[in-house]
Ligand binder design. Structure first.
Ligand code: FMN
Length: 332
């Protein structure tokens, strides 16, 4: 069974990658991820804003995991243990690349053009095999147009592209008015991979105390639908590799993403829930399923349900309200 997968210019042993999460804050856990079959590890993000100001973003991510899921607690480091300054981050990259054979992909969330390029360079020098640009940005100013916001993404990529030689992945959210166009522009601007999609922070309200509550939950399998659709639509229309992130809780979810056309499938929530052993389960179940169905390589599977391969691709984009309504009536 050939699971080898090309991803952003790297050759991976399989399509299963550990996405950015606090799991990568410990060298021991990175080793466990490799031992259980992760083909690459994306590090948690270095937040430029944090370096300049405070620990808010990491605090938010860590609180998110621990508050929502009891079992996740043991996999999350305490905030006070996490010094995410650039020195420690770069040191962790250095130690991780020395400790494991799988590629370590650094992740960066910058706030200034100079910062994006500067920290990316340091990550490359520290030995990262690739960089994921975590462009986590909510355009709140009503004066900014969509075109300006899109240009900002392209400018960030251009700055980092000019600064480093290692492959660059761009992790974006789905909130563009013409995502296919945006994806193609990022592709032409030199993205080696597109990571779909970033899950943006959506705070809740406590109506009794009138406070904003950081009550995000870990992903659920249904959440694969939006990235699944876009990966299927984009397969064959961009040169960049496609990485699926969100909602992978079983091999079935990973298989759907691969059939849509994902080069790699990433996991965070399920790893936080079940620990690094979840990767070996995914890998075994994926290989078992492929074997039963007669696939001998992951390449045969990849893209078999992309828009280009489907006999009736309109099924991907038609609303289908009537049929859905009928299925409620008949209970099917
Ligand atoms: C606790 C936690 C921390 C995360 N930290 C980061 C991060 O530092 N950088 C990043 O790009 N994404 C981060 N993410 C997002 C994940 O990498 C992933 O894209 C998202 O959780 C969707 O995948 P999933 O459904 O497998 O969880 C984090 C997610 C969680 C739950």
């Amino acid at each position: 069974m050939k699971l080898t997968t090309p991803y952003m210019g790297l050759t991976l042993s399989s399509p299963l990658v550990a996405s950015a999460s606090p799991l990568s804050q410990s060298l021991d856990t990175i080793r466990q991820l490799e031992d259980h079959g992760a083909a690459a590890v994306v590090m948690f993000s270095l937040f430029e804003e944090q370096i300049r100001h405070d620990m808010a973003a990491l605090d938010h991510f860590l609180a998110f995991g621990t508050e929502s899921v009891g079992e996740a607690v043991s996999y999350l480091p305490a905030v006070e243990d996490c010094d995410v300054g650039p020195t420690q981050y770069l040191e962790l990259i250095r130690r991780a690349t020395g400790a494991v054979d799988i590629p370590i992909i650094a992740s960066l969330n910058g706030t200034t053009q100079r910062g994006w390029a500067h920290f990316a360079t340091l990550m490359e020098e520290a030995g990262a095999k690739g960089i994921e640009l975590n462009i986590y940005y909510i355009p709140t100013a009503g004066s900014r147009t969509g075109a300006e916001v899109e240009q900002q993404y392209l400018d960030v990529l251009a700055r980092v592209r000019a600064a480093v030689r290692i492959p660059i992945a761009v992790k974006v959210g789905p909130y563009f008015s013409a995502f296919a166009n945006m994806a193609q522009r990022l592709d032409r601007a030199g993205a080696d991979a597109l990571v779909l999609f970033n899950r943006f922070y959506q705070p809740d309200f406590d109506i009794e105390n009138r406070t904003v509550v950081p009550s995000l939950t870990l992903s659920r399998p249904e959440e694969i639908r939006l990235p699944l659709l876009w990966i299927s639509l984009l397969r064959g229309h961009v040169k960049a590799s496609l990485a699926a992130t969100t909602g992978v809780h079983s091999a079935g979810d990973a298989i759907k993403y691969l059939m849509a056309g994902a080069d790699v499938v990433m996991s965070t929530s399920a790893l936080l829930l079940h620990g690094p052993t979840f990767i070996s389960r995914l890998l075994d179940d994926l290989a078992g399923w492929m074997d039963r169905k007669g696939y001998t390589s992951v390449d045969q599977l990849r893209g078999s349900m992309s828009q280009r391969s489907l006999p009736d691709a309109t099924a991907l984009v038609r609303a289908n309200y009537i049929r859905t309504l009928e299925s409620y009536k008949t209970g099917s």
